[in-house]
Design a protein around this ligand. Structure first.
Ligand SMILES: Cc1ncc(C[n+]2csc(CCOP(=O)(O)OP(=O)(O)O)c2C)c(N)n1
Ligand SMILES: [Mg+2]
Length: 352
């Protein structure tokens, strides 16, 4: 398999402008989600994708609706890029009727099967093993689809990462692993707790083709993703895309980042992908007015989504057990004294 060191850059202005619009929608969603969180409309915590938008955008632009993605705890951007509805996502964050997961999931459990978004996930590395399972199902059924799994740099230190890469290679599954290397795992600089040469070398140890790209350059991500996805569709088996970026925000929105050096964030902010893309568009035939109008349109849409979500009702409490597995209480606590399991033949007891 040939090795890409410098991906061919297509840089077609109309396409880059479309990617820009998606990145703006993600940025607007993340900023307004933080406002809503601060104002008390969102429970739990939110992990923002600000400054990392180019990766999900560039990758998902090359996926079909019939392809699948698995995300992690930082999943808003992946979901929007794959085509999930931001209005329904905002309702999900606020726990309202019309949320993507029926208001039962919240920020870390956005899912939209209608666009192949199989789920965000709060358990680090679970997306990897579920993604491999989905790819194995595709392979067994002979379907024409691929799976993409997004994984953070810190998560490459968890065991399931290795199980997933190994299994994917053994069965030559139609799957792409996208490692978003934003330098941090919560408050820890990942390299300070990581042996060896990093994620690319680790993927190559399994014989997996692995490539590195500037994750803040949406066009470069787009170009490399197109190539790797083409290889997978052509039967080339698993591919690994390592995208270098930087987590310019805190791990969660309330993180004050006291563990960072002074000026560190500001220095990296100069490289953020939307500003870079806007500058490129301005010198490549897209008028500044058009670029600004696109950005404004993204914020207007998300502002309307926030207003709509705030107006939406909370689900009726009687729906708490709808759409969840419920086999009743474990046998020792059965109220009627019977020891019978569920009538559908499934395993009895707690579903935890
Ligand atoms: C199994 C497990 N261990 C620990 C955590 C707590 N945790 C949540 S996010 C995170 C850091 C993840 O870093 P990385 O994979 O680089 O993703 P990033 O947050 O940088 O996008 C940790 C340790 C968790 N959610 N799941
Ligand atoms: Mg990280």
């Amino acid at each position: 398999m040939s090795k890409i060191t410098e991906p061919v850059r297509t840089n077609e202005p109309a396409r880059v402008f479309e990617l820009f619009k998606t990145m703006c929608l993600i940025r607007a969603f993340e900023e307004r989600a933080e406002d809503a969180f601060d104002a008390g409309f969102v429970n739990g915590s939110i992990h923002q994708y600000i400054g990392e938008e180019a990766i999900g955008t560039g990758v998902c632009a090359n996926l079909r609706d019939s392809d699948y993605i698995l995300s992690n705890h930082r999943g808003h951007g992946h979901s929007i890029a794959k085509g999930a509805n931001p209005e329904a996502m905002m309702k999900e964050l606020m726990g309202r009727v019309g949320g993507t997961s029926g208001a039962k999931g919240g920020s870390m459990h956005i899912a939209d099967f209608s666009v192949g978004m199989l789920g965000a996930n709060g358990v680090l590395a679970d997306g990897l093993t579920m993604g491999v399972g989905a790819a194995q199902a595709i392979s067994l059924k002979g379907e024409d689809a691929i799976v993409t799994v997004f994984v953070g740099d810190g998560t490459t230190n968890r065991g399931p990462f290795y199980e997933a890469l190994n299994w994917a290679m053994v069965y030559a599954l139609p799957i792409m692993f996208v490692c978003e290397n934003n330098s941090y795992a919560s408050s820890t600089m990942t390299r300070s707790v990581t042996a060896g040469e990093g994620p690319v070398a680790r993927a190559k140890a399994f014989g997996m083709p692995a490539f590195d790209v500037d994750g803040n350059d949406v066009s470069a991500v787009d170009t490399l993703a197109a190539d790797l996805i083409g290889r997978i569709r052509g039967g080339g088996g698993p591919q690994f895309l390592h995208a270098r970026t930087y987590r310019v925000k805190g791990h969660i929105s309330r993180d004050k980042m006291l563990y960072r050096a002074e000026g560190e964030t500001e220095e990296h902010w100069k490289d953020e992908p939307i500003g870079r893309c806007a500058a490129w568009l301005a010198t490549n035939g897209i008028a500044e007015d058009e670029v600004n109008a696109a950005r404004d349109a993204a914020y207007a849409r998300i502002d309307a989504a926030v207003a709509e979500a705030k107006e939406a009702p909370f689900p009726d409490a009687s729906l708490a057990y709808a759409d969840v597995q419920d086999y009743g209480p474990p046998e020792p606590w059965a109220q009627d004294g019977s020891q019978d399991g569920p009538q559908d033949g499934s395993q009895s007891g707690s579903t935890s």
